[in-house]
Write a protein that binds this ligand. Structure first.
Ligand code: NAP
Length: 262
C-alpha cells in the first residue's frame, strides 16, 4: 500500500488516550497532520506533544462531540490551522455500565448523545471541508458490542454502537455525491490504559476467549483505520471491518477446538 495519507489533514475525536491516541500516532507516523481532539486540553496536549517529540506533526484541540456548536468551532479551527480537513476519524466514545434495572433516561441519553449523536455532529462539522478536499474519508470507531455481540450492563452502549452503523449506511449514499467514503472499524477487546488497570488475571481470562489468544492493541485498530483512509480504499464505502482476533467467530467454547502439532 502506498503512503497516500502523507500531508493529509486528519481530525481524530477522542484522541487523547486509548484507541484514538493509537490512531493519532499511526497516522502521524505516516506523515499526516493530526488534530488530537478531546474535551480536556491537558491530556490532548500531552498526546500531541508526545507525537511531536517523535518528529511527527500533531496539534491538540478541545472539542465535545455531544455539542454541535463545539464541533462546528473545532472543525473551523482545525481547517484554518491545517489548511482543510481530508479525513475524519469519529472515534470518541464512552462506556459507563448500567444494568437494565438501574438505567435511567439520563444514563441512556449520555451514552447515545456521545457515541451516536456525537458521530453525526463530528461529521456535520467536518463536512464542508471534506467536500472541498476532493478526497474525503470518514472512519467511525464502532464496536463488536451491539452490532454483533452483547455484554450485560452495556445495553445502551450496544445500542449506540449499532446506531453508528445504521447511520453510516445512509450517510454513505449522501456522501458518495461528494466522493467521500465512510466506513467503520469494529474493535473487539482492545488493551487500552483503562483495561490495563484491571489486572493480569482478568486480562488473561479475556484473552483466552479470543482465537488469536491476545487482546487487540490500539495499533491493530489504527492500521485498519489507516487502510480505510488510504487512496487504495477509495472504492469501499458503507462497510464494516471487524478487528477482533477472531473473537466473534466461535459458536461456543468447544468450537475453538484444540489442535495438536505433529
Ligand atoms: P478511552 O480510552 O476511554 O478514550 C476515550 C477518548 O474519548 C478520550 O480521549 C476522551 O477524552 C474522549 N472523549 C470522551 N467523551 C468525549 C466527548 N464527548 N467529546 C470528545 N471526546 C470525548 O476509550 P477507548 O477505549 O479508546 O474507546 C475509543 C472508541 O473505541 C470508543 O468509541 C469505543 O466505543 C470504541 N471501542 C473500544 C473498545 C476497547 O476495547 N477499548 C472496543 C470496542 C470499541 P476526554 O475525556 O478528555 O474528552
Amino acid at each position: 500500500m502506498s503512503n497516500t495519507i502523507k500531508d493529509k489533514s486528519v481530525l481524530i475525536t477522542g484522541a487523547s488516550k486509548g484507541i484514538g491516541k493509537g490512531i493519532a500516532r499511526i497516522f502521524a507516523n505516516h506523515g499526516a497532520q493530526v488534530a488530537v481532539v478531546a474535551r480536556h486540553m491537558e491530556s490532548a496536549e500531552e498526546c500531541a506533544a508526545e507525537i511531536r517529540n517523535s518528529g511527527w506533526n500533531a496539534k491538540a484541540f478541545v472539542g465535545d462531540v455531544s455539542d454541535r456548536t463545539s464541533m462546528m468551532n473545532l472543525a473551523q479551527e482545525v481547517a484554518q490551522t491545517f489548511g482543510g480537513i481530508d479525513v475524519l476519524c469519529a472515534n470518541a466514545g464512552i462506556f459507563p455500565s448500567a444494568s437494565l434495572e438501574e438505567m435511567t433516561g439520563d444514563h441512556w441519553d449520555q451514552v447515545i448523545n456521545t457515541n451516536a449523536r456525537g458521530t453525526l455532529f463530528a461529521l456535520q462539522a467536518c463536512l464542508p471541508y471534506l467536500k472541498s478536499a476532493h478526497y474525503g474519508r470518514v472512519i467511525i470507531t464502532s464496536s463488536i458490542t451491539g452490532p454483533v455481540t452483547g455484554y450485560a450492563g452495556w445495553s445502551h452502549y450496544g445500542a449506540s454502537k449499532a446506531a453508528q452503523l445504521g447511520f453510516m449506511r445512509s450517510a454513505a449514499l449522501e456522501l458518495a455525491h461528494y466522493n467521500i467514503t465512510i466506513n467503520a472499524v469494529m474493535p473487539g477487546n482492545i488493551l487500552t490504559e483503562g483495561l490495563q488497570g484491571l489486572g493480569n488475571d482478568y486480562l488473561e481470562r479475556m484473552a483466552s476467549s479470543i482465537p488469536l489468544k491476545r487482546l487487540g492493541s490500539v495499533e491493530d485498530i489504527a492500521h485498519a483505520a489507516l487502510f480505510l483512509a488510504s487512496k487504495e480504499a477509495g472504492f469501499i464505502t458503507g462497510q464494516t471491518l471487524i478487528v477482533d482476533g477472531g473473537q466473534t467467530i466461535p459458536e461456543n467454547v468447544e468450537a475453538m477446538g484444540s489442535l495438536t502439532t505433529c
